[in-house]
Ligand binder design. Structure first.
Ligand SMILES: *[C@@H]1O[C@H](CO)[C@@H](O)[C@H](O)[C@H]1NC(C)=O
Ligand SMILES: *[C@@H]1O[C@H](CO)[C@@H](O)[C@H](O)[C@H]1NC(C)=O
Length: 711
């Protein structure tokens, strides 16, 4: 194979320069180390060793043969020989001179122009510049004429492991939940190595943990860090420092290494139940504490943190479950016991509660460890407080008849001091609520009496406030509203609801309703009003009028006959007795005035006498003046009319005269008029000459004669 390849290359490539690759001795370059300068038959002069190497590495380097290699970082006392240029071209007598040009020629690489040896005269760093492209040429020593075309080749700087791995992103932080299973992945880290990753092992890294065992492990190749212990407990140790090393040369001795730190924090899971700090709590509270007041706090500690430590608190048992409640304070993570219903020292002096704290966020993985809750006992002692008097009722409603006698007892309020020392109580009326001093109260027994007479028709309700004061401690005061309702007594007689004025038509029919009246009563009987109407006993057989009660409690007055006459009697007075249905009933007599008037056929009142007509309708002085003014105005109009009429007649007569006179003048000046037409010859219109010359000369005389007659 190498032979065949060489032959192929000979066909393709016919340079005259033979490149001997003289490879320096180097421990890192074991394959190259054995290279020796071979003079093969091949025109190319490539060392077999190099060929073989290239074939082996072809997948990476390709078929690149015209290159030399030099180790980086070489710093011996002599310049290092990189290789040698040689041509097997027969120079004859001529001497050959080798010339080098290109990257670093003369500065980094120096050629012996006779032998063709190339030396690196400077220290090279692959990580700085990995290859140099140079051009070689063989020229005639004397003429400097090229003996063949220039040939390009590459000097590659060969890597040595002169760079240590580095963790560029360190130090690292990572978290992993506590109680994780063994082998839970935590994070991974990566180191980089500047050395040639392709060639050799200078950049082949292997990771290991220097510190942090036995808690964590690292995968040597992938650098994935995992937990190495199961069930690590955050509550025992929360933070771990892990030191990680990356070593090149595949981890072999002699390799370079770099380290970094990783801080692993365990995150909390709910693996701890709440636990009350005390199993028994004691609180005391005054009996008069305001509802909703916090009485005490209980706290269950939880080693977990955050929501895993959150508990809800409940009262699950005890004799005070109805009176107390517990609320969870999420911030303080405790339970606040509050009063829900009033306490009474005199009734019950202590309570016992069983409270429970239960984790809110349970992790099912650990629920098997038992209930994530705890209980404690709370004892609450009620303390006596000096309390104000307590009335037997929160409000009182009293009723009293309006005719109740002065000083009679209307009702009674009672109150007591709830304290054990039970002070006597004194009662009084809050006078702001009884400005008229309508009532009195007996300071000792709370009996309310009437001080001034009542009148339901003036005021139905007297709402007052009674004050109870402890004799031993005047600051202990209570107040209670007392509503006193005044009950009705029939103390008002009924009367006409309005001042009625009735009119009666002279031509009215017998049995006709003259007026309907109704009655009113200031009293307020329970079953409403029912009125009885009657005529005075001496009027019962009144020949002129009769009465009839209507369904709606009103009364109709009817005329008995049609013989009423204004001339005979203008006004009738009809007394009517109205009585109510009270017990005893009250009655009064109201008199209805009936006026006789003249009416139209259809019963519309037209005239009563002035007194009876004008005034009853209630005409005011102003209205009378208005009517008078109207009459005067009417008179003025009449006078004016008559005057105008006379004026109108006068001109008519005069006009006749004037007309005649006018005619005279007209006939005189212009002609025309009836007479004239008669005399006018129409033919003259057709004959213009006639107008001028054929006008009868005596016509004027004739016309002139008419006015004389008329006058
Ligand atoms: C007095 O109290 C009664 C019963 O509470 C109530 O109906 C009434 O309206 C009150 N009257 C006045 C004037 O406040
Ligand atoms: C009835 O009317 C007549 C006149 O019309 C009168 O004289 C008489 O006194 C009246 N009777 C009563 C009771 O008014």
């Amino acid at each position: 194979m190498p032979e065949r390849l060489t032959e192929t290359l000979v066909d393709l490539w016919t340079p005259l320069i033979i490149l001997w690759i003289t490879l320096p001795t180097c421990v890192y370059m074991a394959p190259m180390n054995q290279a020796h300068t071979l003079t093969t038959g091949s025109p190319l002069g490539l060392s077999r060793q190099s060929e073989e190497l290239r074939i082996l590495n072809r997948s990476k380097r390709g078929w690149v043969w015209n290159q030399m290699f030099v180790l980086e970082e070489f710093s011996g006392p002599e310049p290092i020989l990189v290789g040698r240029l040689h041509t097997d071209l027969d120079p004859g007598s001529k001497k050959i001179k080798y010339i080098l040009s290109g990257d670093g020629a003369g500065t980094i690489f120096q050629i012996n122009d006779i032998t063709g040896d190339i030396h690196a005269i400077k220290r090279l760093d692959r990580e700085e510049k990995a290859e140099y492209t140079l051009t070689a040429q063989a020229v005639d020593w004397e003429t400097n004429k090229p003996l063949e075309p220039p040939s390009e080749f590459i000097i590659k700087v060969q890597d040595i492991n002169d760079n240590a791995p580095e963790f560029l992103n360190g130090p690292y932080h990572a978290t992993v939940p506590e109680m994780s299973i063994l082998g839970t992945s935590v994070t991974n880290v990566t180191a980089t190595d500047a050395d040639d990753p392709v060639y050799g092992n200078s950049a082949k890294l292997v990771y290991s943990i220097l510190e942090g065992q036995p808690y964590f492990s690292i995968e040597p190749e992938t650098a994935i860090i995992k937990t190495a212990l199961p069930n690590m407990d955050r509550e025992a140790k929360e933070e771990y420092l892990v030191v990680i090393q990356a070593k090149d040369m595949g981890g072999h001795s002699g390799g370079l290494s770099g380290t970094t730190t990783l801080t692993v924090t365990l995150t909390d899971v709910n693996d701890n139940p709440p636990k009350f700090a005390q199993s028994l709590y004691h609180f005391s509270v005054p009996e008069d504490v305001v509802l909703g007041t916090a009485i005490g706090r209980v706290k269950a500690n939880d080693q977990d943190i955050g929501e895993n430590a959150q508990s809800s608190y409940d009262i699950i048992d005890g004799d005070g479950t109805a009176l107390f409640e517990i609320t969870s304070d999420a911030q303080a993570q405790d339970g606040v016991i509050r009063l829900r219903k009033p306490l009474d020292f005199e009734t019950k002096k202590s309570y016992t509660l069983k409270v429970e704290a239960a984790n809110i966020h349970i992790d099912p993985r650990f629920s098997g460890r038992g209930p994530f809750k705890d209980t404690a006992t709370v004892k609450i002692v009620v303390e006596d407080a000096d309390e104000p008097p307590v009335f037997s009722s929160p409000t009182y409603l009293l009723e009293v008849h309006e005719n109740a006698a002065l000083n009679s007892v209307i009702g009674q309020v009672t109150a007591r001091d709830p304290d054990i020392t039970s002070s006597p109580i004194r009662f009084s009326i809050d006078r702001h609520t009884d400005l008229e001093r309508q009532f009195n109260i007996n300071a000792d027994d709370g009996k309310i009496t009437l001080a001034t007479p009542l009148d339901r028709e003036l005021s139905v309700w007297h709402n007052i406030t009674i004050i109870a004061t402890e004799i031993r401690n005047h600051s202990q005061i209570s107040r209670v509203p007392v509503a006193i309702k005044v009950l009705d007594v029939n103390d008002n007689a009924p009367e006409f609801a309005a001042e009625y004025e009735a009119f009666l038509c002279e031509n009215g029919k017998p049995g006709q309703v003259i007026q309907t009246v109704s009655a009113m009563d200031k009293d307020d009987p329970k079953n409403g009003h029912y009125f009885l109407y009657s005529l005075l006993p001496e009027m019962v057989n009144n020949p002129n009028f009769t009465i009839k009660k209507n369904e709606d409690n009103s009364l109709s007055i009817l005329a008995k006959h049609n013989g009423f006459n204004r001339q005979k009697q203008e006004v009738y007075l009809l007394p009517i007795v109205i009585s109510d249905s009270g017990n005893p009933p009250l009655s009064s007599t109201s008199t209805l005035t009936i006026r006789v008037c003249g009416c139209s056929n259809d019963g519309v009142v037209q005239s009563c006498n002035v007194e009876a007509y004008v005034l009853p309708i209630g005409l005011s002085m102003g209205a009378l003046i208005a009517i008078l003014a109207c009459i005067i105005l009417l008179l003025v109009i009449v006078v004016l009319f008559v005057t105008l009429r006379r004026h109108k007649n006068e001109p008519l007569i005069i006009k006749d005269d004037e007309d005649v006179r006018e005619n005279i003048i007209r006939y005189d000046d212009e002609g025309g008029g009836e007479e004239d037409t008669e005399a006018f010859d129409i033919a003259t219109l057709q004959n213009p000459d006639g107008i001028n010359g054929f006008l009868p000369h005596d016509r004027r005389g004739l016309l002139r004669g008419i006015p004389e007659n008329a006058a």
